[in-house]
Design a protein around this ligand. Sequence first.
Ligand code: 3AM
Length: 170
Amino acid sequence: MRLFLALMPPPELRERLGELAEIAHARCGGRRMPDESLHLTLAFLGEVEEARAAELVEWVQGLTIPPGEWHLDCWGGFRRPGIVWVGAQAADPALSQLQGRLWSTLEPLGFGTRPTQFVPHVTLLRRAATLPLEYLPPIELSWFYNQLELIQSITDERGARYRRLAISQS
Ligand code: 3AM
């Protein structure tokens, strides 16, 4: 099964991000991420066998992460896949540390490969036709987090949907 670790936005922020996705979709086209799928990926693990996924579930359920606040203040894009996202202009040391700490456990256990760089972002659109980011409204949002989730990505003819397999300690 295809797995990743992510932060999931609290309900009010999810709603706000959904509104931004709507605005971006009107400008850029493409495929809007459904509100329930909005997330910040901390670690993409790829295909994991069921027995190994059970190990991950146990690990995540016993995990405590330091609470943090991430400030979102900019739009961004990954041009080739036509991704439009929201994120932060400045690097966020707490998020980078969290991501690094996760990979320091995951990589030696053989779960995926630590990426060469980490750009925290929330994908709002995929396959956007154009990325006129300069026409999108300013962003000033705060994301308070204290838990991460292990998510399964299930792809069918309608695209990918996400299922929570485990959540860390609160
Ligand atoms: O929505 P974002 O960009 O945060 O892009 C995929 C998505 O992240 C990413 O994992 C998240 C859940 O699918 N992803 C998918 N395939 C990937 C790959 N081969 C990948 N990230 C890195 N390598």
